[in-house]
Design a protein around this ligand. Structure first.
Ligand code: ADP
Ligand code: ZN
Length: 589
């Protein structure tokens, strides 16, 4: 660009030179070519100035002293014609000057051009290098986060803990005066989507400091072999940008307990982890750098990371409870038009076990449904669709390949779950459907379990019964040899509960109050293993028997639920409640 500018400037200088004529031209009169020829023929022309065969004009002086200018016919023999008439001819003295000035100009420009070319070449390389080094360091750098704690709802405790860190970043001198060493590392732990990244960004945003992010999984995938040097670069960059936040997501990918994985990649990971420890240990505390790490599994982390002076602050970020869910929903509903039929409290109740990210997603998907259906605001139906989509995967649009028999089996399987849940556990059955999902389930039953702190042995046995009820119903209706593989996930979950009861909760006769939580199966004796297995099996078999009895006793209810399911494909709480009440009433009369 610079080069072009200079060219245009010099060109205009040259053009100026060409058009700027000598002062005598000011007195010049324009004459026609015919008049010019007449003047020559009548021997009245004294001189021709600046003659150039290709010039547009011919300038000259008459013998009476008048200056003239006329069109140049640009003919080959004009010069000969003029000379033959004894007229003195001055050939393009200006052009020579022009040529000289052009050469002079060129000579003065060339070094500039060369300099500029060299500079731009150098700059280009520099930028390219910077860009590519940025590309392979892959630190996500946000100089100015516009997220604050106002963007985080629920989880007040974690929020409070994080807010305390703001002051260390904003006014470190205050703490220094009291000899306080600021916390160096904080681990946020909790299930995915609970807002760990959000909290770290809110801290950076509130303190107005840069947010430098990296993910542990990058070190396993992208930075193989250079992990330690990347960590060095990361902290070097942070020192230059301090005060700032370093956010290490999925730190478990780097800082796993060495015993939990015997793979050969351990060495490399250890070097990377060690470098983190070296960097953090090297902090004097006055750098103004706070390192925030996030993980789903605190128990998986190497204890060396959690030692005091390192990631010694551990903040739990749990799944939101019903009140937290309400405030998260309210936050994400703020910029959306909601219909009057929407009660976000109800939505909060319907979304047990959903994370903040799921809830944000629910509001967003509901918005998408509303736009697609040309609503002028979001309706409860849009929210309902969104919840179903997020809980169970989007309902398959193509239902052609489901046979009637499949549908029937699914209907009885789900009816079994729903009925046993309704009869035993007192859980609210909010939705039962036989519409397959893209997640692979044939259908599903959504429960809203009570949110309580403890589960009794009875609660756990009931939970097992609810899981086994799908298979039990299949067996009762279609016969022992016609049960399907659709229950595999149910069986796994039922077994897990029974296993916990025996191994960890002291809830079985023959194992008693011993906990096996910290004992690896290979270190405990075979007798123990056999006893545990037998106890688990006994529990499952006993509950299965009882569940079948319960379903047989209520087979009319079971059939009514399944029939309604086949008819409507999806039924809700009030449908199940109605069927159970009506059937009981009929039976009683
Ligand atoms: P994590 O890091 O725990 O996996 P994120 O912080 O990435 O979860 O959360 C993803 C998104 O979910 C956030 O950007 C936000 O939109 C939403 N979200 C999660 N938790 C909350 C919360 N407590 N309040 C508001 N929004 C939340
Ligand atoms: Zn099932």
């Amino acid at each position: 660009m610079l080069i072009i500018v200079i060219f245009t400037v010099s060109l205009s200088i040259i053009l100026d030179n060409m058009t700027k004529s000598p002062s005598r031209e000011d007195l010049t009169s324009n004459i026609t070519y015919n008049a010019f020829v007449n003047y020559i023929e009548s021997d009245n022309v004294a001189t021709i100035y600046d003659y150039n065969k290709n010039a547009k004009k011919i300038k000259g002086k008459l013998k009476n002293g008048d200056l003239f200018i006329t069109d140049n016919p640009e003919s080959e023999d004009m010069k000969k014609y003029i000379l033959e008439h004894g007229i003195s001819l001055e050939e393009k003295p200006f052009n020579e000057k022009l040529f000289q000035s052009f050469i002079g100009m060129l000579l003065s420009i060339v070094p500039i051009i060369i300099t500029i070319a060299l500079i731009s070449l150098f700059m280009g390389r520099l930028l390219k290098k910077q860009y590519s080094s940025n590309k392979d360091t892959k630190f996500g750098i946000t100089m100015k986060c516009d997220i604050t704690f106002d963007n985080v709802a629920g989880n007040e405790e974690a929020k409070q803990n994080m807010m305390e860190l703001v002051d260390f970043l904003v006014s470190p001198e205050r703490f220094k005066k009291f000899g306080v060493v600021p916390p160096k590392g904080t681990v946020l732990f909790g299930p995915p989507g609970t807002g760990k990244t959000l909290l770290a960004k809110a801290l950076a945003g509130t303190a107005g400091v840069p947010f430098i992010a990296v993910s542990g999984s990058d070190f396993v995938e992208k930075f193989v072999g250079v992990g330690a040097s990347r960590i060095r670069q990361l902290f070097e960059f942070a020192r230059k940008s301090s005060p700032c936040i370093i956010f290490i997501d999925e730190i478990d990918a780097l800082g796993k307990r060495s015993s939990s994985d015997g793979s050969g990649s351990g060495d490399e990971r250890d070097r990377t982890l060690n470098q983190i420890l070296v960097e953090i240990d090297g902090f004097s505390g006055s750098e103004g750098i706070i390192v925030i790490a996030a993980t789903n599994r605190l128990d998986m982390l190497d204890p060396a990371l959690l030692r005091s002076g390192r990631f010694d602050r551990q903040i739990q970020v749990a799944l939101p409870d019903v009140d937290a869910r309400l405030s998260i929903l309210e936050l994400h509903a703020k910029n959306k038009p909601l219909g009057s039929d929407i009660d976000l409290k109800e939505v909060a109740k319907m979304t047990v076990y959903m994370s903040g990210a799921d809830l944000a997603n629910v509001m967003n998907e509901a918005g998408i449904y509303a736009v697609r259906n040309n609503h002028s605001y979001i309706t409860m139906k849009d929210i309902d669709n969104a919840i179903s989509k997020i809980q169970a995967g989007e309902e398959k649009r193509n239902k052609k390949n489901i046979t009637l028999k499949d549908k029937e089996i699914t209907a009885y399987h789900e009816a079994g779950h729903a009925l046993v849940a309704k009869l035993l556990s007192g859980a609210t059955v909010s939705k039962v459907t036989i519409i397959p999902t893209t997640k692979g389930a044939g259908g599903y039953t959504l429960f809203l379990p009570d949110e309580k702190m403890f589960s009794t042995k009875r609660d756990l046995l009931n939970d097992i019964a609810v899981f086994l009820a799908g298979r039990a119903s299949e067996e009762i209706i279609f016969g022992e040899n016609n049960v399907t593989n659709g229950a595999s996930d149910d069986l796994r979950k039922a077994t897990q509960i029974a296993m916990n009861m025996v191994k960890n909760f002291g809830m079985s006769q023959n194992v008693g109050l011993v906990s096996f939580l910290d004992i690896h199966s290979n270190s405990s004796s075979n007798t123990n293993d056999n006893t545990i297995e037998k106890e688990v099996k006994d529990i499952i078999e006993q509950v299965y028997k009882e569940t079948k009895e319960l379903l047989k006793d209520n087979s009319d209810c079971l059939k009514n639920i399944a029939t309604l399911l086949l008819e409507r494909e999806t039924i809700f709480k009030k449908d199940v409640d109605n069927i159970v009440e009506n059937t009981m009433f009929k039976r009683g009369s």
